[in-house]
Design a protein around this ligand. Sequence first.
Ligand SMILES: Cc1cc2nc3c(=O)[nH]c(=O)nc-3n(C[C@H](O)[C@H](O)[C@H](O)COP(=O)(O)OP(=O)(O)OC[C@H]3O[C@@H](n4cnc5c(N)ncnc54)[C@H](O)[C@@H]3O)c2cc1C
Length: 499
Amino acid sequence: MGLRKPEEYIQAIRHRKKAEIYVLGEQVEDVTKHPFLKPTVRAYAVTYEAAWDPALRKLAVAYSPYINEEVNRFNHIHQSREDLEAKVKLLRALSHKVGACVQRCVGWDAINALHIVTHMIDKKKGSDYHKRFIEFLKYVQKNDIALAGAMTDVKGVRSLRPHQQPNPDAYVRVVEVRDDGIVVRGAKMSITGVVTSEEIIVMPTRAMTEKDEAYAISFAVPLDTEGIKIIVGRQVNDCRRFEENEIDSLPGAFNHEAMIIFDDVFVPWERVFMFKEWEFAYPLVEIFSSYHRHAYGGCKSGLADIIIGAAYNLAKQMGIADKHHIREKLVEMVFLTEAMYAASIAASWRGRKMGSGCYWVDPMFSNVAKQLVTRFPYEIARLSHDIAGGVLGTAPSAKDFMHPKLKPLLEKYFQCLPDYPAEHRLRMVRLLENISLGVMFLIESLHGAGSPAAQRIMMGRLYDFEKAEKIAKYLARIEKELPEEIRGKPEPWRSDIEE
Ligand SMILES: Cc1cc2nc3c(=O)[nH]c(=O)nc-3n(C[C@H](O)[C@H](O)[C@H](O)COP(=O)(O)OP(=O)(O)OC[C@H]3O[C@@H](n4cnc5c(N)ncnc54)[C@H](O)[C@@H]3O)c2cc1C
């Protein structure tokens, strides 16, 4: 089949066997027609459209050695550092087209992480997970399948391990082993883009001990597999989607997260990529998380560009764009944006080839990128709100603007500089409000790909404090020599994943 057109993707999710999806307490018949989900289908479809757009093609399409064909980059296994850089650039460029999360990078990061880890397990245990995984990958690439990545379990009591939980299903686990496969139970939380996907890739969410082995599983299942129930979560301003008006609900810019319940779901062996391999849960989490944190420097800098552009335009409309403090705020927003992007680009160029042949990002730089993302979007949003003024939280609705009696009054009183129609101010205010206060720019920046503490744990683990101490001891003349293992090696880091 090869590269799909966006309409082929939309047809595929429209015609699939009925998946059990709930929105606001009601089961959804057709995700492509439901007003709550339509904007998220549109956002997703842009990733397919990009492959056919001459301006985006170079970033959006890659050559796959697994099927000897071009594939959509969202299903590509990174073959080089250039591929890793292209990922970050693609995410920034697509944010500009969508104005939302394109929802496809979690599945992408999952296949790259599994490519590496299934190979690692086989090397140590003589198993055949990698072969199974490659067969699945070929199916995904040949059919240009939309993937969701589900790592985050509901987790119950945070301080307890999976096997210690009062609710034994607080982490997804195996409840039955059959000749032809396994039966799994549990739930995954906050999963991006799942109802607009076709397959869900499930991974463990934390390091495991031997006692947790039933929880150390990874597999892929189609969305409409019996026993799967999906409950779509709410987002800020989400009921505006029902208004379907271009100004208040935005033309295409929404995504969704959902809870997936695995109510005793059967998974055939050929779709199981990790079974009770508890020692490999940690490498999978670290490799996947580093990939996913790397993504954030791309997509969030793309959303920040929209916020900067909207704030700049509003400043122009208000006649304040040339004022010193406004310029300073805009430049500060640029600095914060480019710092997030730069860290992800650096993580790409420090990437390395793993045993499976797949390139992995530099974990230190990708964790730094995500740590910046947990903070900078909040500051970028604050600065843009400062520039936009209080109207950001108090502007009238588009319906008022279209009201025959109110329209001339609002055109007179909502306008600033006469060069700009009042409606343009409303459009910009709404765009800024929807993006800068939305889940995807704030809460996702904070918690997506792991809460801030998760990156700090990783950075603390990677940085070699002993080495740094030796440098200090040498310069304080406590030691006479700078030890051999430090001289000429500027970065005192180590890696805990070797292959
Ligand atoms: C918009 C959005 C999109 C997302 N998309 C996806 C997705 O597509 N796929 C996916 O798998 N996940 C996704 N996630 C989930 C994301 O990875 C998690 O939110 C994140 O890992 C944090 O987990 P949590 O939400 O359960 O937070 P919690 O675990 O409830 O964390 C809350 C606080 O508790 C602290 N804490 C937690 N455990 C401990 C502990 N043992 N000791 C000390 N402190 C602790 C944390 O540091 C944090 O400060 C998404 C999240 C968001 C918000």
